[in-house]
Structures are given as structure tokens and as C-alpha cells.
Write a protein that binds this ligand. Sequence first.
Ligand code: ADP
Ligand code: MG
Length: 567
Amino acid sequence: MLTSTDLQNLLARIDRRGYPAYKDTKGAYQFPGYVLSIDHVQGDPFAAPSRLSVRVSGRTAAFPPALYRTDPQRIALQDELTRRFGRQAEQASYQARGSGHSGLIAVSRCGQEVLERTACRLDPGTGDLLLRLEVGFPANGRTINARELEKILFDLLPRCVQASLFYKNLDPRRLQAVSDLAEDQQYIRRELAARGLCAFVADGSLLPRASGISALPLKGGVPFCSPPELAVTLELPHRGALRGMGIPRGVTLIVGGGYHGKSTLLKALELGVYNHVSGDGREYVITDGTAVKIRAEDGRSIRDTDISMFINNLPNGKDTSHFSTEDASGSTSQAANVAEALEAGTALLLMDEDTSATNFMVRDELMQRVVHRDMEPITPFIHRVRDLYDRCGISTVLVAGSSGAFFHAADHIVQMDRYVPRDITVLAKREAEAFPLEGAGLEPAQEPGSRRCPRPSPEFRGAERVKLKALGRDGVSVNRETVDLRYVEQLADGEQSAALGYCLIYAQRHLLDGRRDLRQVAGELDALIQRRGLESLCEDRAGTPFLARPRLQEIFACFNRYRGLNL
Ligand code: ADP
Ligand code: MG
């Protein structure tokens, strides 16, 4: 292997030459304590920055194996190291100067969720540590400024590495706390299943966020406190006893006046499929990992999906057990979202009236009298929610502040009252007796029967380069086909959308064969990531990009919104 001295000599040689001469730096170099690898060199100072990685051997990094014994602990530790490196890099960034991105030093920006990322990987077997970063190779105009790159690679970067990737330089108590939190969170996740719960919200949790554009906790918010009827106390391995609201499986209704905190609670449940960092306020809000937020999404495309559970006898005579449209309505999109969530194997649906199509949710009695059922294609969700649980075992948590009609169908009714939840099940059920629910005599719901087996699209065959453009959290574009992910609300990070783009490409090349159905395809992608890491998704010559792991449910959701699917 080349040494850092070789790199230094090389830099001296290419100084002041044209920018493309930087390409010669590609390779791996032994530095004191780590190997620096230059994986991809940018074409010019204004292009996407160069991709580098730092490898520290297990012996040198020396993180105690007890800190990363389980997957959640390892992921939490990787997340902590990425954040730490990121803070160091932020200070070092742009200390070297020049045109374009000259001097940039960056790693993934982590939000409130703890996600597995390509940015950092700790090998659970050897303890070897890999950190990926981006560096803007400095130039004046388009002329190489190798002195400035030397400053980055031989002064700034070594300090970042020292301060964040060597156990001996880190605060052991903090790392222990990160690892313990991950183990406690995992314990709650397991306990949900054992206790027949679909979510847990600890007392003292802080659910509201600082603002609509900040995911940080709201200062001075009212801490969560479980109503006694739903309270459970868990014995966490590290934190000890923790009381909170256990939402049992079944149908749970969240009601309450406007602005009393209903949507805030639901949002916390949506993101409770992920672990949150210490200090977030939602560390102990844990939701069934398969939960899917369902909402109306007019304009989305639907490909051969069985929405007959909710929609039948359309005026245009379309077969709703194989429903396709390029431009769905509010109700058909929400019906498709439920059907696809069931196909993806969810055990919990999360819905908020704020983002639902009214005619999908309920139809009141007067309307049923005036417009007879035979004239209405929609069987509203209210007539299906009970069946979904009783026959298919799928729970629902539903925010519905405007219609008491759901009282009949609910097992538990929680009222948010000035941000404090109250169990009003008994009261609400008693009141509901005076309002009998229409809708008896319906055919029972059948689980959707779609089985879609796409064939690969020709443009992905062979060695042809595929264009992938990440659009942040909002979506991803693959060969100019944009997949709109704005309303896939449980995507937490733009790096997850990018990973979904790579999932599409990987599936086009290796999985779609006209025999595997979408559910299998998503399952195989998920298994591949679990077994061989996110890196295995991309066969990109330009090195591994920053990706974060999406859930199986979002992989599935991405395929369902991909208009280029060859069915
Ligand atoms: P709803 O859905 O019931 O209309 P929201 O959940 O949208 O209400 O909450 C309304 C406002 O109250 C939001 O600005 C939210 O940030 C704030 N909020 C929610 N929960 C709390 C809380 N526990 N403490 C303080 N403010 C809160
Ligand atoms: Mg609301």
C-alpha cells in the first residue's frame, strides 16, 4: 500500500496543474492510525465533491465490543460517531480555501432519528471502523491548489479522525449511554409484541416540535402523561421502571378539540418506528415497526392494485380489483395506500383526519338516505376498520376530532385535552348508543389480492449508465422518471430516498423477472441490506454515496409510486 508520504509527493507534483490531474490521487494511503482512501475524484471544483473514506482497524479504534453487541446498539454507536465526526468536520470545513466547493469537508447530516447509514460502518466481527466523507478538492479557478489539499488531508482531517474515531479520545460514559439507550429502545419494541400493544408513549415524553421546519423539541411543551386506564410500566434493562401509555392492538381513536395535540401525538407514533437520539423528547415513543401512515395522496399513480375492499362499481366500469390510474383521486389514493400497506405486511395503520379524504373515511346517515348505497362506489373506512382488525389482525390508530361515528368501531377512545390524554372510552361508548351506526349487511372485507410481478425495463439492461438524481426528502429520479415521495410521510431523511432510488435500479437489474411479485422484491432488497449492508445496493463506479436505510414499507411504497414499472 502507498503511504501518506507517497501522497504528499504526488500532491507536490500536481500542484498548479489543470484540475483533472487530481484524478491521479485515487487510491489508498497508510496514515498514522488509519488508511485514507480516495475513492472518487470530482471532475472540477464546482462538481459534486470527491468521495473519501477512512478505515481504522478494530485494534486501533478499540471500541469495547459490549458497546455494539446488538444491531440497534451498533447502529446507535455508528450514528453517534457520524454526528461527532460531523461536528468536527463542520469546524474544519472551508478552512482551506478556493473556488467552488474547495475546502468542504462533510459527512451525512443526521436528524433526530437514528438510522443505519453508509457514512459509518463498524464491523461487528472485527471492530474495524469505516467512515465515509466528502471533500471539495481545492483549486484556484480550475487550477489545482495542492497546498490547500495537503492542509486538509494532513492537518484538518487527521484531527477530525483523532477526535471522533478513536475510543481513547472519546467520553466513555456518553458512548455507554448511547448504547444503553439503544438497548432500552429495543427492549420496548420487543415488549410491545409480548404485551399485545402496538405502541408505547412514555410519561415525560415531549412530543411537539420547535416549529414546522424544525424537528427539535419544543421548549416548554407539556410533557406526556398516560391516562391511568392505559398506563403500563415497563422494566427497561438500563433505565429501570418506565411508566407510559400502552396503546393496545385493535382500533384506537384519538379525539379532542382543535389544537389540543392530536396530530402531534400521531406524528410521534408515525416516527416511533425509528429510534430517536437522546434529548429528542421521543426517545421512549416506540411504535410497531411495521406501522404505516395512511393518507390521501391525489395525483399519485396506482398500478394494478386491488382496492375493491373500499371501491366498487365505478361509473366507468373499471375493475377495482386491478385498479390503475395515472392520477388518483383523494379517496382512490387513500384506498390504494391501505391496500398496499396490507400487501407490505403492516400490522398497524395510522391515520389523521387532517390528511384524509372525507368521503373515504365516513358517510353520514342523511347522505346515505339521499344517495343510495348502490350509487356510491365507496365503502368508507369506518365500515372496514373493525373487519381489518377482527378478520385480518390489523390495528388502526385514528385521529378523528370531527366525527363521532367512529366511536362504535373503536376499542379505545383517547381524548387530547390541552395536550393531556384522557381515556374517555366508557363515556363515549355510552353516548354512542343513542346514535346507531348504519352499515350492517355489508359484505365482509377481503384482504386485497393483488399480486404484481413486474418485468425489468429494457433501459436498465447491460452496462448502460443509469441516471439517479436524489431530490432530498421529496423523492428520487431514476432515468428521468421522478418518484414522488413527499407523501410517504415516514421517510425521515433524504438519504433514505436516495437509497430507494438505488433499490429501484438494483431491482431492475437483478430482481424483476416477471415472476417475483413486488412484495418478494421488496423483501429481497430488505434482506440484502440486512445481510450485506446498504453498500451492496450500489454498483456505482464513483464510490459509495451517502445512503440511509429505508424500511421495507418504504421500499414497497417507492415501487408503488414508480411510474416506470413494467407490468
Ligand atoms: P390538533 O391536531 O389537535 O389540532 P396539533 O397536534 O396540531 O393539534 O397541535 C396544535 C399545536 O399545539 C401545535 O403547534 C403543536 O406544536 C402544539 N402542541 C402539541 N402538543 C403540545 C404539547 N404537549 N405541549 C405544548 N404544545 C403542544
Ligand atoms: Mg390535527
